[in-house]
Design a protein around this ligand. Structure first.
Ligand code: PMP
Ligand code: GLN
Length: 394
C-alpha cells in the first residue's frame, strides 16, 4: 500500500506534545511541569459525590444527550452567580450542552459550525487541539500572533492585526482567555474591540474560557457578555481546571439555543454522552461556596509567585501570567535558543520536564526560544524543581 494510512488533514500533527513529555517524565523519573494537571485531586466531598452516584446507580447507564438536568441547572446557576451582574445568564434546557471535556466542546463546535474552506482566526500560540480540530473540520487556520514584550514581561494582542486577518472567508474567531500558554488575560477594552470586529464582520466566536477562575490580576470577562455577542458566541468551560479533576473529562458549552442545537448535532456522533456519574459530582462542585473558588485562585497565585521567582533566579526571562497555571519563559538568557532541544535535554540535565512553546505555533521559529512550565503542583515540588533548574545557569 503506497498510500499513507493517516489522512492528509492529520498527517502534520504527529503525537501530542503532552503525551510525549509526560512519558518522558515517567521514563526519566523527572518532576513533570509539562502537561497541565494538578498533583493534588479536587475536593474530597466531590470525589465522595462521584462515589455516591456510582453506588446509587446514577449515571451508570447513558445519561441524556445534552447532559443530566442537575448539571445543566448547576452550569446555569454558576453563570448566574459569577456573570449575572454582566447580564449573562443561560437557560439550562436550551442553552447548555455537557461535553467530554473542553476538548470535545472545541471539536464539536468546529465540526458543527465550519464548512470546508472556511477560515478560522486563532490567537497564536494556541492550544494544540485547535489546529488539529480546525483541520478535521476542513477549515483553514489563520493565526494572529500574541507578541512577547520583554520589558513588561507580558504578551500583547495587536488588534489591528486581528482586524486585518478577517477576510470574506472568515467564519469564526477561536478565542482563549485566560490564554494557554502565555497566561494573558484579555482586558475589557480588548474584548470590546474583538466583539466589535465580530459584529461588524458578522463572525461567530468560540471562546475557550476553561481557566475562567484562575485569574490573578485583572478580571475574567466572558466575551458573550459584550453587546451583540450572545447570539454569536459559544462559550466553553471545564471541570478539569476549576475543580482539579482533569481525568473526569466533564466540560460544557453555553450559547444561544440555535448554537447549542448545532453543536449538539456534531457532539451526538462523537461521544453521544460521557462521564455519567461524574456529571452528578460536577453538579455539586459547581455549587461549592465562593470561598472554594477564591481559595483555588489564591493558592495558585502563591504557586505562580514561587515558580516565577525561582525561574527568574535560575536565569530565565519570565513572562508573568495574569491567569492560567502556566508560565512562559524565554531561555535565551541561559544561552539556549531551541526550546525543543532544551525540553528534550532538560530531564537529563536537571530532572525537570517542560513544554516547548514552538508546538503551539504555525511559524515554529517564532516560538523557538520559549518554554512553558506548569505550576499546578505542590509548593515542595515547585521548590525542588526551581532548585534543580538553578544548576543550568552555572
Ligand atoms: N482548552 C485549553 C486552553 C486547555 O488548556 C485545555 C487543557 N486542559 C483544554 C481546552 C482541554 O480541556 P479538557 O481537559 O476539559 O478537555
Ligand atoms: N491542557 C493541558 C495543557 O495544556 C493538557 C491537556 C492534554 O494533555 N491534552 O497542559
Amino acid at each position: 500500500m503506497d498510500r499513507p494510512l493517516l489522512n492528509r488533514r492529520l498527517a502534520e500533527f504527529g503525537t501530542t506534545i503532552f503525551a510525549e513529555m509526560s512519558a518522558l517524565a515517567v521514563r526519566t523519573n523527572s518532576l513533570n511541569l509539562g502537561q497541565g494537571f494538578p498533583d493534588a485531586d479536587g475536593p474530597e466531598e466531590i470525589r465522595e459525590a462521584a462515589v455516591r452516584a456510582l453506588r446509587d446507580g446514577r449515571g451508570n447507564q447513558y445519561p441524556p444527550g445534552p447532559g443530566i438536568p442537575e448539571l445543566r441547572t448547576a452550569v446555569a446557576a454558576h453563570q448566574q452567580r459569577f456573570y449575572g451582574h454582566l447580564g449573562l445568564t443561560c437557560d439550562p434546557d436550551t442553552e447548555v450542552l455537557v461535553t467530554a471535556g473542553a476538548t470535545e466542546a472545541i471539536a464539536a463546535s468546529l465540526l458543527a459550525l465550519l464548512e470546508p474552506g472556511d477560515e478560522v482566526i486563532a490567537l497564536e500560540p494556541y492550544y494544540d487541539s485547535y489546529a488539529a480540530c480546525i483541520a478535521m473540520a476542513g477549515g483553514t487556520r489563520v493565526p494572529v500572533t500574541l507578541r512577547p514584550d520583554p520589558e513588561r514581561g507580558a504578551y500583547a494582542l495587536d488588534l489591528d492585526e486581528l482586524r486585518d486577518a478577517v477576510t470574506d472567508r472568515t467564519r469564526l474567531i477561536l478565542l482563549n482567555t485566560p490564554h494557554n500558554p502565555t497566561g494573558t488575560v484579555l482586558s475589557r477594552d480588548e474584548l470590546a474591540e474583538i466583539a466589535r470586529i465580530a459584529r461588524e464582520r458578522d463572525l461567530l466566536v468560540i471562546t475557550d474560557e476553561v481557566y475562567e477562575h484562575l485569574v490573578f490580576e485583572g478580571e475574567h470577562l466572558p466575551l458573550a457578555s459584550f453587546p451583540g455577542m450572545r447570539e454569536r458566541t459559544v462559550t466553553i468551560g471545564s471541570a478539569g481546571k476549576t475543580f482539579s479533576f482533569t481525568g473526569w473529562k466533564v466540560g460544557w458549552i453555553t450559547a444561544a439555543p440555535e448554537l447549542v442545537a448545532a453543536v449538539r448535532s456534531a457532539k451526538q456522533f462523537l461521544t453521544y454522552v460521557s462521564a455519567g456519574p461524574f456529571q452528578y459530582a460536577v453538579a455539586e462542585a459547581l455549587a461549592l461556596p465562593d470561598s472554594y473558588f477564591t481559595a483555588l485562585r489564591d493558592d495558585l497565585r502563591t504557586k505562580r509567585d514561587i515558580l516565577a521567582r525561582g525561574l527568574t533566579d535560575a536565569g530565565f526571562l519570565v513572562y508573568r501570567p495574569a491567569g492560567t497555571y502556566f508560565i512562559t519563559t524565554d531561555i535565551r538568557p541561559l544561552g539556549f535558543d531551541d526550546g525543543f532541544a532544551f525540553c528534550r535535554a532538560l530531564p537529563e540535565r536537571a530532572g525537570v520536564v517542560a513544554i516547548p512553546n514552538a508546538v503551539f505555533y504555525d511559524h515554529r521559529e517564532q516560538g523557538a526560544p520559549f518554554v512553558r512550565f506548569a505550576f499546578c503542583k505542590s509548593a515542595d515540588v515547585l521548590q525542588d524543581a526551581v532548585g534543580r533548574l538553578k544548576t543550568l545557569a552555572g
